[in-house]
Design a protein around this ligand. Structure first.
Ligand code: SAM
Length: 212
């Protein structure tokens, strides 16, 4: 996702309590940033944040964490958090490869990966958010019965992810090869989901876990 550079992004992000660890000193683990002790769900590669902010609004009994590395995009997430006056969401403006710095082992109940960048070239496979190094990080921070919920319009990334997760020993609890054919009422569409569905692309969805 390309966004115009916003010179004021640093000041805007660092001035708000929903953004954690602006000093990058990883002083606290995630649960310590929240007022309420409740399950933690995270979204990796949040983009502009419609999915996680609307999901957080609908589920006040869950704590949410949005991870987005692009500060110009994260600005959009923070704007939505403020508009909806959410107190059950924190934002990390960092690369997902640093997730272990923020979470203790077995801390997270669910990880959302929505419309992750496909990185179609084989030489870029390591950047895919379902590459084994990322799965290793997710396994570390997820609870034993925790799940990864994955949606994409990209058939090749979907197939790659099924294979990568399967080789990692993960199990699939749910697979849908055409989510919008009979779209569940509680499906919250991301910005990319809306864009690609409107253009006629099929949407793929799966839920996977590390339990065997
Ligand atoms: N999930 C959103 C949606 O469905 O509308 C955004 C999808 S967009 C294609 C992918 C987003 O993931 C981009 O905003 C990108 O900056 C972010 N991203 C990609 N790799 C990342 C990483 N390693 N760590 C954090 N964010 C990442």
């Amino acid at each position: 996702m390309r966004m115009r550079n916003k010179p004021w992004a640093d000041d805007f992000l660092s001035s708000h309590p929903n953004i954690v660890d602006v000093d990058l000193n990883h002083q606290y683990k995630m649960a310590e940033w929240f007022d309420k002790d409740q399950p933690i769900h995270i979204e990796v590669g949040t983009g502009m944040g419609r999915f996680i902010t609307e999901t957080a609004k609908a589920n006040p009994e869950i704590n949410y964490v949005a991870i987005e590395k692009d500060k110009n995009v994260m600005v959009r997430v923070l704007e939505k958090v403020k508009e909806l006056e959410l107190d059950n969401i924190k934002l990390i403006n960092q690369d997902a490869k640093l997730l272990k710095e923020y979470f203790v082992e077995n801390e997270v109940s669910r990880i959302y990966l929505n419309f992750s960048d496909p990185w179609p070239k084989t030489r870029h496979a390591k950047r895919r958010l379902t590459y084994s190094t990322f799965l290793d990080i997710y396994q570390h921070i997820l609870k034993d019965n925790g799940q990864i919920h994955f949606k994409t319009d990209n058939q090749k990334l979907f197939e790659y992810s099924l294979e990568s997760m399967s080789q990692f020993g993960m199990s699939f609890d749910y697979i849908n090869l055409n989510l919008h054919e009979n779209e569940p009422e509680d499906n919250i569409r991301t910005e990319y989901e809306d864009k690609f569905s409107t253009r006629g692309f099929r949407i793929y969805r799966m839920e996977a876990s590390f339990k065997s």
